[in-house]
Design a protein around this ligand. Sequence first.
Ligand code: SAH
Length: 283
Amino acid sequence: MTDSLTLPQYDWPTMEPGWVWLCGAGPGDPGLLTLHAVNALQQADVVIYDALVQEAILQWAPQAEHVYAGKRGGKPSAKQRDISLRLVDLAREGKRVLRLKGGDPFVFGRGGEEAQTLIQHGINVRIIPGISAGIGGLAYAGIPVTHRDVNQSVTFVTGHDQTGDTPSSLNWKAIAEGAQVLVIYMGMKHVDRIAGELLTAGRPADEPCAVVCSATTEDQQVLETTLGQMAADIEASGLKPPAILCIGRSVLMRQVLDWQGLIAGETPRNLDPLGRGRPAEQA
Ligand code: SAH
């Protein structure tokens, strides 16, 4: 590997002074940065990053000032309003500002609010999507977020809203009845309530679930469980956020697709976990 990554010749956008680029950093593994993100990291004067951004990624912007804008070690989180206005100030100072967020900035990441504030203040903005934890994180756990034998839709849910509570605006009964596979962000705190709502609404207690913690990082941990056991198993395991909860039969695919386990020398637990009874290449 080279020390620095030289991007191939291409019409890469230039970061102009006074602009803010709102960029997804992916779920953790720096290899999951987009090339636009790398291009931005190489040009920024200041990088304002969240708690979920792996610090290793900041090494890709050695020339830039690194400003932490998140919650860690029990410190109160920087207020959203303060962060947005700080971005405005930095842009007005003529800085090239890279606002770096975990996953994708527009997926449960308040990227919409930040970009709106910037535009309302007349600041020029570019948006760089990223790989969201609910897709890329599950892939690292060997769980395909869609699979033809399981689901034709995916429901992304946040486990808490602005009040920090389980979102009261959610119709859990409708979700329980309509969602084929559920992918829940920020679900750890209220996992017992979430599982309870889904069970009450008729989801089976033996429905497969996975909890994927610190996905794509060196600390990745995966717990396989069931809807009925999920809250108790999380409690017993001591697993900590950040975690993605996945509820649905696609979780079974991990028995064959746990590619990280395979790389580490394990053998597949079950080559046909969905019980199709025929090779996967046959329709
Ligand atoms: N914009 C982000 C989500 C931010 S909300 C994205 O697109 O991924 C924060 C939540 O994202 C966490 O509570 C957790 O549910 C999830 N998350 C982010 N990174 C994660 C990771 N590496 N592993 C597991 N969950 C993660």
